[in-house]
Design a protein around this ligand. Structure first.
Ligand SMILES: [Mg+2]
Length: 281
């Protein structure tokens, strides 16, 4: 049971400030129109908790085991590719933000300044190249490389930030070969919208895709940006995938889970809808 906490006026003010700002996810501001802000508890949990670290390590360890099994089994594909894919070279598709790399310092700035999501500030964060690794990510990437598996990054970071993102990934030890181009960012081609389906299909044309990794349902299937019931139905429809060839990293800061509740409405309507969505006795 969760212990009661003493909420002082100062803490209450901070809670209200963080709850009533309008922010949007990194790389997803324009695409989702999501309202909402990183909450203090979610941010502290992600940045400091042993549990968040253990969960990330467990996810990448399980993904590594399944990767090794999938390499050896030509019938396996995370995208349901048929027998014809058995002869193709091997790939994994991973999201970047809050899947392989940690942008929580950007979220921390929003919490501390009480500022709204600002595309210019996000662009500044990207250009600083300071995103760090999610625990277990680089070991997973190294194992993929040892197994001859190409790691593709399908990210909704803007294509304008590609050079900085590339340098950031190289600095923290994630592979970014010159060829093939594995950094597939939003807007890199006209049909590379925030829906990642066309980019997954692009990779699947030339590779047998063994695993998908992400922190948002949109990293796995089309139609993730709908309501909460539809999103849960999508999870059920793919129930055999989870933990086998689809792996989810935890992100309580932002995502399509949030806009599913808020409907993309701005504050204070967003908070009103969130309060209306919670269960309580
Ligand atoms: Mg992400």
């Amino acid at each position: 049971m969760r212990p009661a906490r003493l909420v002082t006026p100062a803490v209450l003010l901070l809670i209200l400030l963080t709850a009533c700002r309008s922010a949007a996810p990194p790389g997803g501001a324009a695409s989702t129109g999501a309202a909402g802000a990183p909450t203090l508890d979610a941010l502290v949990w992600l940045q400091t908790s042993a549990e968040a670290r253990a969960l990330a390590l467990a996810t990448f360890a399980a993904a590594t085991r399944e990767l090794e099994a999938a390499v050896a089994d030509p019938s396996r594909s995370a995208l349901g590719q048929g027998e014809e894919a058995a002869v193709l070279p091997l790939a994994v598709i991973a999201d970047l933000d809050e899947t392989l790399i940690d942008n929580s310092a950007f979220e921390g700035r929003m919490v501390l300044t009480g500022g709204s999501f600002d595309r210019a500030v996000w662009a500044e964060w990207v250009e600083r190249e300071e995103a760090e690794l999610i625990p277990g990510a680089v070991e997973f990437a190294r194992r993929a490389s040892e197994l001859g598996v190409t790691l593709f990054y399908i990210s909704n970071r803007d294509a304008e930030g590609k050079a900085a993102t590339r340098r950031n990934l190289e600095r923290i030890g994630l592979p970014v070969p010159d060829s093939p181009d594995t950094l597939l960012l939003r807007g890199g081609r006209p049909d590379w919208t925030s829906d990642k389906t066309s980019r997954r299909a692009e990779v699947a044309r030339a590779y047998r895709v063994l695993l998908l990794l992400g922190d948002d349902l949109n990293d796995f299937v089309a139609g993730a940006r709908t309501g909460t019931a539809e999103r849960r139905a999508l999870v059920e429809a793919h129930d055999a995938r989870w933990g086998r060839d689809w792996f989810v990293l935890p992100n309580p800061l932002y995502g399509s889970w949030e806009s599913a509740v808020t409907g993309g409405e701005a504050e204070p309507e967003a908070t009103r809808r969130k309060l209306g969505a919670i269960r309580a006795f």
